[in-house]
Design a protein around this ligand. Structure first.
Ligand code: G3I
Length: 303
């Protein structure tokens, strides 16, 4: 096959990208995105600050532009993200305790209700674990509402849209030897044991010199999958753009049946949140395929 999406479909997987609504008028951008990818994540437009700028007043205009573009072009959509310490609107940042807990529940119901039946998987909770060696939760206004906030978010989400897969999504949980990975693994194991609804784990997979790809990545994917959840690579980018590392990441997903797809976090290097100098994506600023693109396509075709 000659595109990432078609090549991934050979093994029943998807290959996705993050899309910015402000770029949907850029024809070079949409041409590549439409040709190569079959799963779409809104880079910012379905986040809390975008969808509920004032408490109880929802705004889906930018999110819907991305959703409609995706569906009109035959693609599925991952929802990103419902409960997160970052990109909270000011009104939410100022809440605490029971007020904030209720606002989180209302937000999940409002956004998932709008997209009910339309989303492949939602990143219900994003980045709730601490960096460093504690293996524990990140301190945040959400965490201070009580340690059960994550399971409350997942139970709320299941009721709001029973057709969406419900994911926990985080970065630096790709290296199996890291405490953060083990912390999330223990949470998912506990949720499965106690019947808290969770269907998938998103490994963001932002790789750089401080958090490089490690060959134990496949062990991480296999270990989460063995708990009975799907695994998705949700925000892949690799600083420096190593073709070998890109192939390793994709081959590790392909080796695990429950690793259901890969999403790269942007189309061209110039679209990356890291800036074009990071050379972290699969297409250069002129829309040319990079060596990393060819190595990913080969890996998918050889699965
Ligand atoms: O939209 C405003 C614009 O009006 C304003 O002029 C401009 C000036 O700074 O800012 C624009 O907003 C920026 C927004 O991206 C859209 O470009 C924000 O400042 C900027 O903070 C925001 O960055 C996003 C970041 O999440 C925020 O947390 C990145 O685009 C987005 O790629 C990044 O994505 C995250 C995932 O959601 C979660 N995992 C990590 C990943 C990378 O940080």
């Amino acid at each position: 096959e000659s595109t990432l999406a078609a090549a991934a479909q050979q093994s029943g997987r998807y290959f996705g990208t993050a899309i910015a609504a402000g770029k949907l008028g850029d024809q070079a951008y949409t041409t590549i995105a439409n040709r190569e990818f079959d799963m779409i994540t809104a880079e910012n437009e379905m986040k809390i600050d975008a969808t509920e700028p004032n408490r109880g007043q929802f705004n889906f205009s930018a999110g819907d532009r991305i959703y409609n573009w995706a569906v009109q072009n035959g693609k599925r959509v991952r929802g990103h993200t419902l409960a997160w310490h970052n990109q909270q609107p000011g009104w939410m940042q100022s809440l605490s305790g029971g007020n904030l807990r209720q606002a989180m529940i209302d937000h999940i119901n409002g956004v998932m209700g709008h997209y009910r039946g339309k989303i492949y998987a939602w990143d219900v909770v994003n980045e709730a674990y601490a960096d460093g060696n504690s293996g524990g939760r990140r301190d945040s206004n959400l965490q201070r509402t009580g340690n059960d906030w994550i399971e409350v978010a997942f139970r709320t989400a299941r009721a709001a849209d029973p057709s969406a897969k419900l994911c926990y999504n985080d970065y630096n949980i790709d290296n199996w030897s890291w405490a953060k990975t083990q912390g999330v693994y223990n949470m998912v194991r506990d949720f499965k044991q106690r019947g808290v609804p969770i269907d998938c784990v998103g490994l963001q997979s932002h790789f750089n010199s401080n958090s490089p790809y490690n060959s134990n990545y496949r062990t991480t994917i296999q270990s989460f999958a063995a708990l009975g959840v799907d695994v998705q690579i949700t925000e892949l980018d690799i600083q420096g753009g190593s073709a070998t590392t890109y192939a390793n990441v994709v081959n590790d997903c392909l080796a695990v049946p429950r690793c259901t797809g890969v999403t790269v976090w942007g189309v061209r290097d110039t679209d990356s949140w890291l800036g074009s100098g990071a050379s972290a994506l699969l297409f250069d600023g002129n829309g040319n395929k990079k060596a990393a693109y060819n190595s990913v396509l080969n890996a998918l075709n050889n699965a």
